[in-house]
Design a protein around this ligand. Structure first.
Ligand code: NI
Ligand code: MN
Length: 225
């Protein structure tokens, strides 16, 4: 399995069998993304919530690739109303897809589509593929139940926001890492806009000082998990 980072909260997983799963694709309107929407492929698109910096280019990519959306019920219904395929899920529920298992978690945030349609609760997502579990927290503030997520799951990679203002900043993100105890913590949702400027190296160094492995992924970098 491979994990590619486009910047902001946008990632792409490619399984050993070649199935491509995009998470929160925000590319064309994203000043930090080295890749444009027309350059990515997706069999599935996982959305944590419907804010424009997460739903981003999802519809143009899904239209071109015939992708299936995976998200909470209200947002899935919205995708269907626009003519797309979607698998409706909700927080606390998991499902075995052809590529692996997806489970949605809580996230403390909001969710509304760019055309102001209510999109249900925002979420985080646990993605288990080929024996490894990735926890993409979505946009969220720190919450104590992360401790439970860490107790119930062996998280290999935790993708978490550090940009502050809309989400956790660095100090709360470090506490989140302490709660979840992932093998590797990867910061996201920073430096896309001036209001979420943060230093990912500061996060990494402080996480490592707490004996947590951390990796700062470059924009466009792909790693083998
Ligand atoms: Ni958001
Ligand atoms: Mn966001």
């Amino acid at each position: 399995m491979k994990l590619k980072y486009f910047s902001h909260s946008s990632f792409q997983i490619t399984t050993g069998a070649g199935i491509k799963i995009l998470i929160d694709p925000f590319l064309d309107g994203n000043p930090t993304s080295p890749v444009k929407a027309d350059d990515v492929e997706a069999d599935y698109i996982v959305l944590t919530h419907a804010h424009s910096d997460h739903i981003g280019d999802a519809f143009s990519i899904a239209k071109r690739c015939g992708s299936t959306f995976i998200c909470v019920n209200e947002l899935a219904e919205y995708c269907k109303s626009k003519g797309f395929n979607a698998h409706n899920m909700h927080i606390g529920g998991s499902y075995n897809f052809e590529f692996g298992r997806i489970k949605f978690t809580i996230a403390h945030h909001g969710s509304m589509t760019p055309d102001n349609t209510y999109a249900g609760e925002p979420a985080g997502v646990l993605i288990t593929i080929e024996g490894k579990t990735i926890y993409h927290t979505g946009d969220t503030g720190l919450f104590y139940d992360m401790k439970l997520i860490g107790e119930l799951n062996q998280i290999d990679y935790m993708l978490l926001p550090i940009g502050d203002n809309f989400t956790m900043g660095i100090s709360d993100a470090l506490k989140a890492v302490e709660f979840v105890k992932p093998k590797t913590a990867i910061p996201m949702h920073y430096n896309t806009f001036p209001v979420i400027e943060a230093d990912p190296v500061e996060f990494k160094e402080k996480a490592e000082a707490m004996n947590n492995d951390s990796k700062v992924m470059e924009y466009g970098e792909e790693i083998v998990l």
